[in-house]
Write a protein that binds this ligand. Sequence first.
Ligand code: SF4
Length: 315
Amino acid sequence: MQKCYLGIDIGSISTKGVIIDSDDNIIAEKYIWTEADPINAVKRLIHDLKKQVEGKDIKVKAVGTTGSARKLIGTILNAQIVKNEITAHAIGTLSIYPEVRTIFEIGGQDSKIILVQDGIVVDYAMNTLCAAGTGSFLSSQAKRLGVKVEEFGKLALKSKNPTKIAARCTVFAESDLVHKAQIGHKKEDIIAGLCRAVVTNYLNNVGKGKAIKAPIVFQGGVSKNVGVIRAFEEETEEKIYVDKYGHLMGALGVAKLAKNSGKEQNFDFDIAEMNFETRGVECGKCANNCEIICIYKNNNLIDAWGNKCDNGAVV
Ligand code: SF4
């Protein structure tokens, strides 16, 4: 029997999971849409991972969670470790690129930059407010142009003369794009211009004032877009590394952290069949009126949080 470790990264748009063996090899992986329901997304994810390892003589001995719903899912899965995205992404990336100095990450709805020195995170920044530099912006523009988002990058590479698109915010970019299409710019030039706009927006906002040093690794869903990779290479004048597991780095990192946590407990894949529910209640014991989130497993309260003081603790 081989010991293995499960890492799950639950974001607002996508949920990612990996199982690694004790040598950090990925033996199962899955990427699905969260669809605004993290509990069900994780159940579906675990169901799929279970199928991938069926028949193998393995035992998952520790679980780690990261991403925006990490606490909720960590409680449900009885995780050994719950970590923020910055640490998880850095650990995952360092396991593949030990020399990395800068990590660019652009996901569906947010983006971040992580600066690393000698294997340690020394600085970072996140952008969760402006959609102009994210995957959802690119998807909506692809739709507007009648192009499949998977084709977007390849079309951008055909462009010899990228159109200049004003990308300070989504609204500006959208109206500028319509205008550029109407005055006759080629589709591939507009698309290349959009890729460049995403990169410029990212470097001017998330990367503002940051000492960007090579090697640079680019990850997150948008790293699958070759047009954006090329735009990053042109802007930074550096090679941009993109790994085939780039979309799974957070899950990989937190799986490694679970492995190294020193805590072990057999993980039960049947958790995917259990009934979990969240209920929000207002404390009401003082003017703060904290909203307390209660988590139930098969109708039994297993955890609660949101209270600012012990008077509001739910037990
Ligand atoms: S948890 Fe504490 S601070 Fe919050 S409403 Fe209840 S009593 Fe007030």
